[in-house]
Design a protein around this ligand. Structure first.
Ligand code: ZN
Length: 279
């Protein structure tokens, strides 16, 4: 039986029958692998604790007729604060869902793997019950996911007529964060931007009139969107916004990803429902 090796992140696992486990592993080199770990739920299984969700593992697989079979698994890194935290786990499920619904076997994506790995690591390392920061991290993931998938949201120009919307002042030309750029824009344009999911970014005031589906972003929302668009992961902190702003941008980016990647993100609706019912 042919064998192969791969390193990756477990993005889904579930029981199959009495004791077997199906794992879906996102790898940088060969995309998404679906495989069965036989006897993984047996007490004395050699896989015990190794194929848990969000573990980074080094595996050997045997090619099967329908599913490949995990023959060896070694842990490279464990992110175990995710599975035991309600919010971390459920927000991480959004990431899993986006990967599972857009990635396929034998399609390498080093950039998307790196983004996913670093964001999962960040979620693992932040404090508990910090829903604002979790939402900010997921928005960051969705923005960069869209960039990698070729659906970069356009912020600097009107997506309809091409008019420049975000202005760069002379002093801000070296500003890589984009914060000054959007603040300059906000100063000039009345503290708001218009955003269209369908058109893929900002729309100028003229083009926004009479169009359906235009989303109005106030100063705080527009600033955070621009900041997350340009910043690095390590720059994300829990004091950059409030839950109202992060919730609105999370809904916006979830809708953006759904529309442009042609997927539904069911885990966001599920998360909102269980929070409403139980918290
Ligand atoms: Zn326009």
């Amino acid at each position: 039986m042919p064998t192969y090796k791969a390193k990756g992140l477990v993005v889904k696992s579930y029981r199959l029958g009495e004791a077997d486990k199906i794992v879906k592993i996102f790898t940088p080199d060969i995309g998404l692998i679906s495989a069965v770990a036989k006897g993984a739920f047996n007490i004395k299984s050699k896989f015990s604790g190794r194929l848990e969700l969000y573990n980074v593992i080094d595996c050997e697989f045997s090619q099967g007729k329908t599913l490949d079979i995990v023959s060896q698994a070694e842990i490279l890194e464990i992110f175990n604060s995710i599975s035991c935290d309600f919010l971390k786990f459920n927000y991480s499920q959004l990431i899993s869902e986006m990967i599972l619904k857009t990635q396929s076997e034998k399609a390498s994506s080093h950039n998307l793997f790196k983004l996913t790995y670093l964001v999962i690591k960040k979620i693992n390392n932040i404090g508990i019950n910090d829903e604002v920061l979790l939402q900010v991290i997921i928005i960051f993931f969705m923005i960069n996911f869209s960039k990698i998938m070729g659906h970069t949201p356009m912020l600097k120009y009107c997506t309809v007529c091409g008019k420049r919307i975000l202005k760069e002042s002379g002093a801000d030309n070296n500003d890589k964060t984009g914060i000054n750029i959007i603040e300059k824009y906000i100063d000039d344009n009345g503290f708001s931007i218009f955003f269209s999911i369908e058109y893929g970014g900002t729309v100028c005031r003229n083009c926004s009139s009479g169009k359906s589906g235009i989303i109005f972003l106030n100063t705080r929302e527009a600033s955070l969107l621009a900041r997350l668009f340009y910043c690095h992961l390590e720059e994300l902190t829990d004091n950059c916004t409030n839950i109202k702003t992060s919730s609105k941008l999370l809904d916006l980016m979830a809708e953006y990803v759904s529309f442009h990647s042609e997927i539904s993100i069911a885990s966001l609706a599920y998360l909102k429902k269980i929070q409403k019912d139980f918290i």
